[in-house]
Ligand binder design. Structure first.
Ligand SMILES: Nc1ncnc2c1ncn2[C@@H]1O[C@H](COP(=O)(O)OP(=O)(O)OP(=O)(O)O)[C@@H](O)[C@H]1O
Length: 251
């Protein structure tokens, strides 16, 4: 089997409900190593739930979720978490140390790196996300967009094999958003990204999965998905802005 063909995430007939009501219904899914996958869908479709299942934060009510061959419901969860870099939709759930530096250093210290290695890695990653100047700031004093950038730095800091990002472009100004897309495009991890930013999905992803009411309604290359008007309409989605044409002359 070629490395590229390795399945990094597998969902086998997965259902999940926070209460008696199912929010994911019999989902089957395979994500291969190196893929860049956008998960799109209306509010409440189940996107965040789907990716939380990949991190073991929640476990399936029915079926199995495997990450690099390991079941998230098993003792392998520690090994799985080492492979995954994850950002929450709300950055406040992720930043809890006294300073930005300490937040980014946290995962590296858990890995037992030396003080010098931690310092070098934190500086390198903060530079990469263009946030070195925030290093000594208490995280709670950051703006919304700054917080989101720092959560990305924490997710990248441990060089994960799989990057799972929940709506990473929310609150970013246009320049920071372009920087995010550029940065993610240059990285080789398997990427799984929930988003309402269809233009970013088009730029960044080689595959798009459409969720609606807890079911996968579409799965394919971005242009195939965006040309399927019936699918977009049924799933309450809109085209990327640059495919919408001119609002004045309709061309
Ligand atoms: N902790 C929870 N307890 C109960 N219900 C929940 C919980 N978290 C999410 N839900 C419900 O599960 C459904 C799916 O939520 P989820 O956050 O996965 O949707 P989403 O597609 O990510 O939506 P959005 O685009 O608004 O972020 C929603 O109806 C939501 O209200």
């Amino acid at each position: 089997m070629q490395l590229r063909e390795r399945n990094m995430v597998v969902f086998e007939n997965v259902s999940f409900g926070y209460t008696h009501k199912k929010v994911l219904k019999a989902v089957n899914l395979k994500i291969k190593k190196g893929q860049s996958v956008g998960i799109v869908g209306a509010n409440g479709a189940g996107k965040s739930t789907l990716i939380k299942l990949m991190t073991g934060l929640i476990i399936p009510t029915e079926g199995r979720v495997l990450v690099d061959g390991m079941d998230v419901s098993s003792k392998a969860i520690k090994a799985i978490r080492k492979k995954v870099g994850y950002t929450f939709q709300d950055p406040n759930h992720q930043l809890f140390m006294p300073t930005v530096f300490e937040d980014v250093a946290f995962g590296l210290r858990q890995e037992g790196l030396s003080k010098k290695e931690v310092e070098d890695r934190v500086r390198k990653i903060l530079k990469e996300v263009d946030a070195l100047h925030l290093s000594d700031r208490p995280s709670y004093t950051l703006s919304g967009g700054e917080k989101r950038t720092i959560t990305l730095a924490t997710a990248l800091s441990t060089n994960p094999e799989i990057l799972i990002l929940d709506e990473p472009s929310i609150g970013l100004d246009p320049r920071s958003r372009r920087g995010l897309i550029r940065l993610l495009t240059t990285r080789n991890e398997t990427k799984i990204i929930t988003t309402h930013d269809m233009d970013m999905a088009l730029d960044l992803c080689d595959r798009i999965i459409v969720l609606y009411e807890g079911k996968i309604q579409g799965d394919g290359e971005p242009m195939t998905i965006f040309k399927n008007k019936a699918l977009l309409c049924q799933s309450h989605l809109e085209l990327p802005l640059r495919m919408q044409g001119c609002p004045v002359c309709s061309k």
